[in-house]
Design a protein around this ligand. Structure first.
Ligand code: SAM
Length: 294
């Protein structure tokens, strides 16, 4: 089977199988071999690696991954793509095609089955409508992984990289930067896809930290604080937490905080009581979480 990463080869496969693109699944297939090479190169895939690909489409990137990796597990939601993948990937005996919704797959179990629980690599041209839940799910469920190399909407890639004081800074930036080092690999224009998306895209590599850059006593609590702070980002942090913060503690009890308690901790940290959450760094959120009694 020839490589699929050209407009002609992709059109041929699609016509042959009478395939119709489904917008609801975010189907924009890559048709640019240079970009594919860049993705696989930057993921640093070697013959030791087990790769999980999310949304293989017709198998365009899977071909490259299969040639470089020891083993590839490709999870595709659209059942109409399964017979196509079986054909386009028939030459490779190291690819498992899984017809599932990635959000319902137990990736920890998959990593255990395929790689004995050693760190896997995730490589994907993601369906944009579920970028955040996929990334958060991978990190928060502590799937053993060394890196995630993914194509996402350009704006989302930017959001993962920025710090306080920018409008794009938010819960996603902090979560990504707590777990990994983000680096944009390449910007990708709409013309590299079939059909063309309405937005620009970027490939970003998230290299998982062995140890998070800040010390947090209770990760879940810190992320509840972060979410409450950004859910009401125009409010002061003290008001946002007094109104919106709810944390379920280790004994299953729902805990709230008062404005007064938050202000006391902010004073202790040498931060103004009128500060908004969007001005706090990851280190400051970590300290706030450790100091708040809740
Ligand atoms: N990897 C292919 C490529 O680069 O040409 C296709 C990328 S396309 C942007 C996204 C793919 O993810 C589609 O094949 C789509 O059907 C699949 N997909 C969408 N939602 C999914 C989900 N929840 N679980 C698994 N795959 C999904």
């Amino acid at each position: 089977m020839a490589y699929l990463a050209t407009p002609t080869a992709t059109t041929e496969v699609i016509k042959k199988h009478g395939f119709n693109f489904q917008k609801k699944f975010g189907q924009n297939f890559l048709i640019d071999a240079n970009i594919l090479e860049k993705i696989v190169d930057s993921a640093k895939v070697t013959k030791d690696d087990c790769v999980i690909e999310i949304g293989p489409g017709i198998g365009t990137m899977t071909q490259y991954l299969a040639e470089r990796a020891r083993e590839v597990a490709a999870v595709e939601i659209d059942k109409n793509l399964i017979p196509i993948l079986k054909e386009t990937l028939s030459e490779y005996d190291n690819v498992t095609i899984i017809n599932e919704d990635i959000l319902k797959v137990d990736i920890n179990r998959l990593a255990e089955e395929k790689n004995g629980g050693r760190p896997i690599k995730v490589v994907a041209n993601l369906p944009y409508y579920i970028t955040t839940p996929i990334i958060m799910g991978l990190f928060e469920s502590h799937v053993p992984l060394s890196s995630i190399t993914i194509m996402v909407q350009k704006e989302v890639a930017d959001r993962m990289q920025v710090g306080p004081g920018t409008k794009d800074y938010g819960a996603l930036s902090l979560a990504v930067q707590y777990y990994a080092r983000p680096e944009i690999v390449v910007n990708v224009p709409p013309a590299c896809f079939m059909p063309r998306p309405n937005v620009g895209s970027a490939v970003i590599r998230l290299t998982r930290f062995e140890k998070p850059p800040v010390k947090v006593d209770d990760e879940k609590k810190m992320f509840s604080i972060i979410r409450s702070a950004f859910n009401q980002r125009r409010k002061t942090l003290a008001n946002a937490l007094a109104n919106g913060f709810c944390h379920v503690d280790k004994d299953g009890k729902a805990v709230h905080v008062s404005r007064q308690e938050v202000c006391e901790v902010l004073n202790q940290m040498g931060i103004s009581e009128t500060i908004r959450g969007e001005a706090l760094t990851l280190e400051q959120f970590a300290l706030l979480s450790n100091l708040l009694k809740a």
